[in-house]
Design a protein around this ligand. Structure first.
Ligand code: SF4
Length: 362
């Protein structure tokens, strides 16, 4: 079996380590490029949301590299994610690709279901091997999130443009090569030191902007035109509302072990504006915006794929949140036609506005 899965930010590093520690060959799709986007857009329905198109591009490129089994996560709720497994299967079968697709559905409190799905991918393995693999994969994921968070804090203070990103990429490479959780920890510590060493004093007052929106758009720099890096290089401290390790704890671990209570915070924060689940991250988008306004951030940017239903609902509500809580909010709706230059122009305009509103408030 040569297993592949779609890319999502730096998740592939942890995913590859997990499956390889379980003895499975992993063929990663190459990092997404314009070709990935073109392939995905060519073979997907026009009004499908961007994650589906990019995933199709990922799968086609991974199949070209020799992958024969695709793993993807399923979904439930009002948005289209639940249909994606079947749609993607049909698109790839229509292209006469030779593959097997395994859709891992949300556990919904059924541990037996998770075990069955894992066995389908991995086959019978001693429990100790599962534990070791999970430990290694999780330590990589958590370390990557720590470094990403640090990069967002440090970028506005770097000595010269690009130095933090360079140190961050080098640290990611070391984490990728690490073979044990201990090596991962040491790679992450060295990475943090290297990133801090290329920055000047970090306590000066810089504008702070929060990023909210659909998980794929927030986490994948290729599709969001690297907005975090661009904002950081404009001298803005970025706070991101979603990290993959938090998402896994909230939506996978707590969904398997239902004795661990899911956080009610997003619903409580969003309640005055949106009081029920609308699929995807619609509620979290509103809740994080409210939270950022309460923390005194200077602005919020919502990133959403064109035609994403939960984010369209949130987009309609955000002007009210912005007006009532006095926080500037901008929505970036992106698709395969979006260009980095267009996004940069909008970011520059928004950062100017945020700086002016800070001055006015003071
Ligand atoms: S949340 Fe939005 S982008 Fe994601 S699958 Fe659902 S409709 Fe598509």
């Amino acid at each position: 079996m040569k297993l592949t899965f779609a890319r999502l930010g730096n998740m592939h590093i942890a995913g590859k380590a997990l499956f390889e520690a379980l003895g499975i060959d992993v063929v990663l799709p190459p990092p997404p490029t314009k070709r990935t986007m073109s392939l995905g857009s060519l073979y997907s329905p026009e009004f499908a949301c961007l994650p589906l198109k990019v995933n199709i591009g990922n799968y086609l490129e991974a199949l070209e590299k020799g992958a024969d089994t695709i793993v993807m996560v399923g979904g439930i709720g009002p948005c289209r994610l639940g249909l994606y497994g079947e749609i993607q299967r049909q698109i790839l079968e229509g292209l006469r690709c030779d593959f097997k697709m395994i859709v891992v559905e949300p556990p919904q409190g059924r541990l037996d279901r998770v075990v069955r799905q894992l066995r389908e991918i991995i086959g019978p393995q001693p429990i100790t091997r599962y534990i070791r693999a999970l430990h290694l994969g999780w330590s990589k994921l958590a370390s990557i999130d720590t470094l990403e968070k640090l990069a967002l804090e440090l970028r506005p203070f770097e000595n010269s443009k690009g130095e933090v990103s360079f140190a961050f990429e080098a640290a990611l490479k070391c984490i990728e090569e690490a073979g044990t959780p201990k090596e991962v920890t040491s790679a992450a510590e060295n990475g943090q030191t290297a990133m801090k060493s290329v920055c000047k004093k970090t306590d000066s007052d810089k504008p702070r902007i929060g990023i909210v929106g659909e998980v794929f758009m927030v986490l994948e720099p290729f599709v969001n035109c690297e907005i975090e890096k661009r904002l950081g290089e404009m001298g803005v401290v970025v706070l991101r509302s979603i990290y993959l390790s938090d998402w896994i704890v909230e939506h996978v671990v707590k969904d398997v072990f239902r004795i661990l209570r899911k956080s009610k915070l997003p619903y409580e924060l969003a309640k005055p504006y949106l009081c029920h689940f609308v699929g995807g991250h619609g509620v979290e988008t509103i809740a994080s915006t409210v939270d950022y306004a309460k923390q005194g951030l200077d602005g919020v940017i919502q990133v959403a794929p064109f035609t994403c239903m939960p984010e369209i609902i949130a987009q309609d509500i955000l002007p009210t949140v912005s007006k009532e809580l006095g926080i500037p909010v901008m929505t970036l709706v992106l698709d395969e036609h979006s260009s980095g230059t267009g996004v940069l122009t909008r970011l520059e305009a928004f950062v100017d506005l945020v700086r002016m509103s800070r001055r006015a408030r003071r």
